[in-house]
Design a protein around this ligand. Sequence first.
Ligand SMILES: [Zn+2]
Length: 895
Amino acid sequence: MQTDSSGCSMQTGSSGCSMQTDSPGCSMQAGSSGCAKQAGDSGNAVEAEGSGSAEQAGEQNCLPSQNRTELSRTRIERGVGGPGAQLKYFPECTGYIYLDSMQIRRGYRQVGKKLWEGIEPRSPIGRFGYMTCAGSVRTSLQLCKNGSPLDYVCDTCDVIPSSLLSLAHVFPQVGFRKGGIQLLGPMGRRTQMEVVLAGVLLCSLLALFGCAVTLGMHPARSLCLTEACITVASKIVEALDRSADPCHDFYQYACGGWVRKNPLPDGRSRWSTFNSIWDQNQALLKHLLENGTFNSSSDAEKKTQFYYLSCLNEQHIEELGAMPLIDLIAKTGGWNITGPWEKDNFMEVLKTVSGPYRAQPFFTIGVSVDPKNSNSNVIQVDQSGLFLPSRDYYLNKTANEKVLKAYLDYMVELSLLLGGDKNSTQSQMQQILDFETALANITVPQDERRDEEKIYHKITIAELQLLAPAVDWLDYLSSALSPLDLNDTEPVVLYAKEYLQQVSDLINKTERSLLNNYMIWNLVQKGASSLDQRFENAQDKLLESLYGTKKSCTPRWQTCIGNTDDTLGFALGALFVKATFDKHSKEIAEGMINEIRTAFKYALDHLKWMDKQTRQAAKDKADAIYDMIGFPDFILDPKELDDVYDGYDVSEDNFFQNALNFYNFSARVMADQLRKPPNRDQWSMTPPTVNAYYMPTKNGIVFPAGILQAPFYAQDHPKALNFGGIGVVMGHELTHAFDDQGREYDKEGNLRPWWQNSSVESFKNRTECMVEQYNGFTINGEHINGKQTLGENIADNGGLKAAYNAYQAWVQENGEEKRLPAVNLTNDQLFFVGFAQVWCSVRTPESAHEGLMTDPHSPPKYRVIGTLSNSPDFAEHFQCPTGSPMNSGHRCVVW
Ligand SMILES: [Zn+2]
């Protein structure tokens, strides 16, 4: 069940694995993939963890502040960093220690201390210097290439292990170049008085500066004090809960403040960064569509305004009442709920309901890329037909009693609104519910459908006829894909072979009137969301039991923007990107993707569990992943855009008819795809969407314009935040190419075995570790399904690692960036905080329960905790002792 009105324009392509909830799921659904809007998964009430040392290793801890003024740079010609590498040093220190990568590794192994964990260079060019100050070491004095200036990073002062000292080269201290030569030069020509006055002035200035420094004011050049930095710093600080121990519960530490300040808005079952950006996007679209001087450059854009206005025209919707749907039911042959049921013709009703009206009783059909032949499209048939979000609602009756009762009430209430008889409706609707329960029984759970090699079956229509004889398949498919000419040798891809066999048996042994009622009920669901307030009120009650939404007070305009995006999302997207999208964003995003791809491939090169041949093929696949950023090009060409929506009639005043026309139109678009090769320009998400996805059959990653904005990305934010935000999203999508499902596809997007068996075995062992790990996480006492969420968890973990390594490489290339004021975090720590704060969220218990049953993503809290507790870099930068909850000593690493 969707709270948005259904139907996704254009996309018939395979749905891919998205970043977020309400995502289409991974490539399983035939047919239109569902419009993942934003949704924002959210964690549940977060436990407040005990307070701990929230003090960050930072500027204050290492060096007396007055020494900072004496920082200087000097050239190091010998050994480390090569000619031109520069290093800052502190005059009171006795010397430098340089370690090359091998020594650091050896040191790490021999010393085995947390201090040295994670010191390994992240890329071949990485080398690190250490400074000893009277027996203690200032870690992470980074060398930078190209002689560009750098800031020191002072993470910790600790006694240097003697075993490591013996491995290190100790260089004598390099001279501190004194300033003032230019200044004193002209002094010689001044009078004595002038020299005295100048001296007094200089001393005063130095004293003032010294005071400022002593009072803790850092030299401005080490802090970023731009407006953007100050603004983002304050947001970060507000979201933190510094009383929480980052090594105990990093989600609480990063998001505790945010959760406190963000109660669920009325009418919402969850709230997160994703939702709030989507709300902003919607507000902008409202402004564009309601602008008195709305100036469309294409008919398609004009259609968006018509559609939106028809949705806003509540007066007309109220006047029509239930009539449009009552008429539609009559036209389809009627049902036993409201009167004579004349048309005892199963096939005719099935064809009408699931053809031009795109309902999906019993099963779903679609046209999409053939996973085993990614250059062509093919008809696909899959299981479907449940109204509630998952089979568990029907089968686990005790736990879901409240929802089942609310669903039955909803069915009855809608039927009465449509003219049903009070006495007979209740029992007939109970029969439909029982029938859906029988469907739930044969429906295969999502976590058993992850191995696509196993569930893919390509057969002909003739073979399908033998498998599931209750339906006349050639008749049915010819009607659904009209006007195409099909015969019974036409190939069909099934993802639920046994289910189709069983549903056929179920249809054969079920009473015809019940089958008819069930099919019409599916039609009612499609139509009810375009009717008057009484229908909405009925739905609100169901939503309350299902998602815990307290009351519906979503403004009408917002519902209508959502509907317009579902229907004409690419035309709406044209308006959106013209108003907001910076044309440089594409280049910047492409640059970042390449940095992350490089980091991913570097890690790939160092995986010990993968054989050489598979590794090379994996690198080739990573290289072949192509990216689509912002929006598909066709939307900015008025003619091409009009062609896409050609044949979709939209009027300014008939919302219900606009909805029906759209279903009809999308059925024709689907038919149109079958004989055409898959089109790269066909996106499964519209440009304003705050989400991203990977398409296994195209080996492509897609980042709609909607997600390319703060807090995920902003040009004037520190790179640590951009890499922790959109960088992790990019790494996540990239890693999907190598998750348990994506890995089965080769670089051309074909489902075929391309791994050596030994590496498949190792991969399975590693993913099993992650399944167990996530199985252990609970929300309100209910366990996460580690199998169902495996692909997303692999992507989260791989994405974080690739983005962090890419950030390290960036720092090595460009030097340490300025820090944010007031946050009191090193830039490495900021990276992890920025990542975690993307997932700050609140959610009702009902919605959390629903997410655990249906969502392929883990709840946000564990997207943070699971991922970071597997990261040695995180443990190092927050100095989490081994054995602490965020650094248990046992890690699951796949990529
Ligand atoms: Zn994903």
